[in-house]
Design a protein around this ligand. Structure first.
Ligand code: ZN
Length: 366
């Protein structure tokens, strides 16, 4: 069996809004630049896979869009109607930094459909594991409020579609995007059948969410885990958080499948974060996740692409993840490796991060 890679050129055609970086153009903000969430990071990942040859080792395909029923399991009818109407009328903005153009609704439904197909292929045994190059991303999207470039909750839509077909019951979602997975958290906050784990730069986006103390509500208490890491966290901090918090939590939960909200914005050169991760980091996190999946759920692992805004670095990080997922010998060396090694935090800073992780570990009783 091979690794499935689900993508569609149409997802790269999503766009809208007149932004310069994160700021709407106007007043003193000069036009130009565009939103950080643009197609180039993803398209260049596809291009790099072609150039190295890893592309031909993956089973690459598109997928149908998520159906109306799929979307309705997560999003209210009123939101979907509003989104579709505005999309038909030429596009617009329904939330916070989620501009879309004409046909934006259909592209977002396709993005969710890629995640759904990738998860189904793993659960049905078609692929060993699978990657969905979903765009627009999904992990910030609340049921009725799109935000942070996310218009539909891709992973939640995929997971609930799988449950509706009785393909999985207990699902663990690890979100290593550098921002808090607030949408995924909110959707599953009172649920005990979905373990949501988010590692993120503390107080980045959204500013006031992602605290360690937010562990779930009602029947879902204990099934949400936030691991906020301080700005400047490097390779060692990510590995330690995974070894001491994420992996033991997965073992305690015993999932039927593991899903990763795979953002690459913890890159040391990402414009929207202040972390120091590189190809080596994402390869190691992927290896650890695959090992846990092999131990717990016959290797069933699906990753859906989220953020990551360095056009130059993201393709190499994605390549590292896909090398690990597919067990390929084709390697694309991280061009920032020297900078990555040179900029790792001091032992003193790593001890500070380590102490915070130890406190969380103790509170969780792991
Ligand atoms: Zn992000």
């Amino acid at each position: 069996m091979t690794t499935g890679f689900f993508w569609d050129e149409r997802c790269f055609w999503h766009g809208g809004g007149n932004y310069a970086g994160l700021l709407p153009v106007g007043g003193l903000i000069q036009p130009g630049g565009g939103l950080p969430e643009n197609p180039e990071t993803k398209r260049r990942l596809v291009n790099l896979l072609h150039v190295t040859g890893l592309w031909s080792e993956l089973d690459t395909q598109t997928a149908p869009p998520a159906t109306h029923d799929d979307l309705l399991r997560i999003h209210p009818e009123s939101y979907l109607r509003q989104f579709k109407e505005m999309s038909n009328a030429g596009g617009g903005e329904l939330g916070l930094r989620t501009p879309f153009g004409p046909g934006g609704f259909e592209i977002a439904a396709l993005s969710a459909g890629l995640a759904k197909a990738a998860l189904f292929s793993v659960l049905q045994g078609t692929h060993t594991n699978a990657y969905a190059l979903s765009r627009p991303p999904g992990h910030h999207c609340l049921p009725d409020f799109p935000n942070g470039f996310c218009l539909l909750a891709n992973i939640a839509i995929a997971v609930e579609a799988a449950r509706a077909e009785a393909l999985a019951d207990r699902v663990a979602i690890i979100d290593w995007d550098v921002h808090h997975g607030n949408g995924t958290e909110a959707i599953f906050y009172d649920r005990a059948d979905t373990l949501t784990i988010s590692l993120h730069q503390e107080r980045n986006y959204p500013l006031d969410s992602g605290d360690f103390v937010d562990r779930g509500s009602d029947g879902g208490v204990g099934y949400n885990l936030n691991i906020p890491l301080p700005p400047g966290t490097g390779h060692a901090g990510y590995i330690e958080a995974f070894e001491r918090l994420v992996i033991p939590s997965l073992h305690a939960f015993q999932p039927d499948a593991i899903v990763v909200a795979c953002g690459f914005d913890a890159s040391l050169v990402d414009p929207l974060s202040r972390m120091i991760a590189g190809g080596e980091t994402f390869r190691a996190l992927t290896d650890m996740t695959m090992e846990a999946a092999a131990d717990l759920c016959d290797g069933r692992l699906m990753m859906a692409h989220e953020g990551g805004y360095s056009e130059v670095h993201v393709p190499f990080l994605g390549h590292a993840v896909l090398e690990a997922m597919s067990g390929s010998n084709i390697h694309a060396p991280d061009p920032f490796q020297q900078k990555f090694e040179g900029q790792q935090p001091s032992d003193r800073f790593n001890r500070y991060v380590s102490n915070q992780i130890a406190e969380m570990e103790e509170t969780l009783g792991l």
